[in-house]
Ligand binder design. Structure first.
Ligand code: HEC
Length: 581
């Protein structure tokens, strides 16, 4: 008898212990991780009810705004601004109604960790002293990082004191926020979010950007080029091998593999061209490629490998030599053409192209973090946030390149002579129009605009003083500086991450001859534009929704245009299936 009673007491004691612990954990969780918000996960069927209700009930936007701004349990405004200041831990939501439709907005609030906004990955830092911090990297220098925690506090951590720094897949935005709302309040809140749209006036009035990008009268057809049996693991680049018919190279992002893909008369094959998996580290890897203009004679090709290095990161441009039959790498050691070391990891660039002048153009991003807080894009003593132009055929001794004499900043004290132009955020794909020699570039935007630029020597494309057509920050503004606006810029309504493409120069009889064709990664779109003197003439939406995320565009020897889906497949546009009208 007695032992049983003792046992019973013990159990009660244990239970009490557990509930005290749970309470403690919950309150620690409250304070440390999510301010005053943490709630147990919502059962899926309850979440479903909120989802269904908000889908079919309009909601009152004014009531939603009040809810958004009110202090207390829901407190969206503790973590989000709506005035473009982005001074809080979450992204600024001033144009969130352009970025997402109603259904996606509902998902963003109900399941914050299902998709994480670019640049808002949760970072966990453990210091050598054993302290653990969690937040969003807002500032970064070679001395310290500034991590903003869920409670909005910015902690500065010395790089030398960091033991470990790693991403965490869950969002800082807590789950279950809807539990503090009625279904009607949830619908009100969603309704408010749909009203948050970027004003269009500047772009429209002064730069002729259309409010709507009209679709083609007849939709453009496209087809999957490789059969699914021959798909790739996160392909990021596709192009034909000069000198080889029906043969293409495909770069895989993180595996470090380059595949030779051949397709002829319905027969396909896929063989290894190169594997640099062993020198790809971290979550980075291959991002771009260019063939030397004399590839068929000298077999030289160039790749971009972005990798971690010590406490920092490096973008390597490596030269390789293909075998005699062009079908594999020759096995000769890869040579460094140019290496760019960065402290941070956002926007490592990845665009590479030879110009008609025979020089290699290298696209470098600002290296982050979000909003370029260090002003790298405007800092001419750095290579980040620039397009570089180097001569890889006449390298200076001990180097992989030399500086072309007519580069714009040669012999200017304090300025890197490699720079061809500056004020870029993330150069994601550029190409030369073989007929006009124009360099067309896609520059990924911050909050407002995705840009397409035509690049001229020595110019400043504005980041981070300007974003698209609008002022972004005055911190690095210089008196007398000219900030060149893009040829074309689109808002969140049409995409969040531009992928530069090509001017079509295939069939001269095609209505697309001379038209620039490019895409958006996030919203899976293909666009086409024409311009005159860098002023937009016409813009059309070619494909409203591609099956996979448009990470790159490609071309074959005949000038046909392809797009690369990051999820694994290559697609070919059928430019004869419609006309550019
Ligand atoms: C504790 C801070 C926090 C709170 C509270 C919070 N959020 Fe967030 N929210 C974030 C962070 C951080 C992100 C970015 C990471 C992600 O995508 O989940 C985010 C992302 C979002 C996004 C997607 C943004 C994008 O550009 O993809 C939306 C929409 C959003 N929040 C709405 C809300 C609303 C509405 C509320 C109030 C009900 C709210 N948030 C409360 C921190 C918070």
């Amino acid at each position: 008898m007695i032992p049983r009673i003792i046992l019973l007491f013990k159990r009660i004691d244990q239970d009490m212990n557990r509930s005290i612990k749970t309470l403690l954990c919950v309150s620690i969780f409250f304070v440390c991780a999510h301010g005053a918000f943490a709630a147990p996960p919502t059962p899926p069927q309850v979440r479903e009810k909120y989802r269904n209700y908000a889908m079919v009930h309009q909601g009152d936007a004014a009531a939603g705004k009040a809810l958004f701004e009110a202090p207390g349990k829901i407190a969206c405004s503790l973590c989000h601004t709506t005035d473009r200041s982005a001074s809080k831990v979450g992204p600024d939501l001033f144009a969130i109604g352009d970025k997402f439709g109603r259904d996606d907005l509902i998902e963003q609030v109900l399941e914050p960790s299902a998709t994480i906004a670019v640049g808002y990955t949760t970072t966990v830092v453990r210091t050598k002293a054993g302290d653990v911090y969690e937040g969003i990297v807002k500032q970064s220098s070679d001395a310290e990082i500034g991590l903003m925690q869920a409670d909005g506090k910015l902690v500065h951590i010395k790089i030398a004191e960091i033991d470990q720094k790693r991403p965490r897949p869950e969002s800082i935005m807590p789950e279950g926020l809807e539990q503090s709302m009625s279904q009607q309040q949830f619908a009100d809140l969603i309704s408010y979010l749909t009203t948050l749209k970027a004003p269009q006036s500047t772009a429209q009035e002064f730069h002729g950007m259309p409010l709507e990008i009209p679709p083609l009268k007849t939709p453009m057809k496209f087809e999957q080029f490789n059969s699914s049996k021959f798909s790739f693991k996160h392909p990021v680049w596709f192009g034909n091998v000069p000198g080889l018919a029906n043969a293409y190279l495909v770069l895989e992002h993180e595996t470090g593999s380059i595949w030779l893909y051949q397709k002829h008369d319905g027969q396909e094959s896929k063989t290894k061209f190169l594997d640099i998996g062993r020198i790809v580290r971290g979550t980075n890897g291959l991002t771009g490629m260019a063939f030397h203009p004399k590839f068929t004679e000298n077999h030289k090709y160039y790749i971009v490998n972005h990798t971690t290095e010590g406490n920092g990161f490096a973008t390597y441009i490596l030269q390789g030599i293909a075998s005699a039959d062009f079908k594999t790498d020759s096995g000769q050691p890869l040579k460094e053409a140019i290496t760019i070391h960065s402290i941070t990891n956002d926007h490592p660039g990845g665009a590479l192209a030879f110009g008609p002048d025979g020089y290699l153009y290298v696209g470098m991003g600002d290296s982050g973090p979000q909003r370029d807080p260090n002003g790298n894009g405007q800092n001419l003593s750095l290579l980040q946030g620039k397009i570089l132009r180097i001569d890889v055929d006449h390298p200076d001794s001990g180097k992989g390149y030399s500086i072309p004499k007519d580069n714009p900043f040669v012999n200017k004290p304090g300025i890197r002579p490699e720079i061809w132009c500056y004020g870029m955020r993330e150069v994601w794909r550029f190409s030369f129009d073989p007929v006009t020699g124009d360099l067309w570039e896609g520059d990924i935007g911050q909050d407002l605009y995705e840009e397409v630029n035509i690049i001229h020597k020595g110019e400043n494309y504005g980041w981070n003083v300007m974003e698209g057509f609008e002022r972004f920050s005055n911190k690095y503004r210089r008196e007398g500086e000219t900030y060149v606006p893009p040829v074309f810029a689109y808002t969140r309504k049409y995409g969040q991450s531009v992928t530069g493409g090509f001017v079509y120069r295939g069939n001269p009889k095609s209505s697309f001859y001379g038209v620039y064709i490019f895409g958006d990664y996030q919203q899976k779109r293909i666009f086409a534009i024409t311009q005159k003197n860098r002023l937009l003439e016409k813009a059309r939406l070619l494909v409203r929704h591609t099956p996979q995320s448009v990470v790159s565009m490609g071309q074959d020897a005949a000038g046909n245009i392809y797009f690369v889906g990051y999820e694994g497949n290559i697609y070919k546009l059928d430019l004869d299936s419609t006309t550019f009208e």
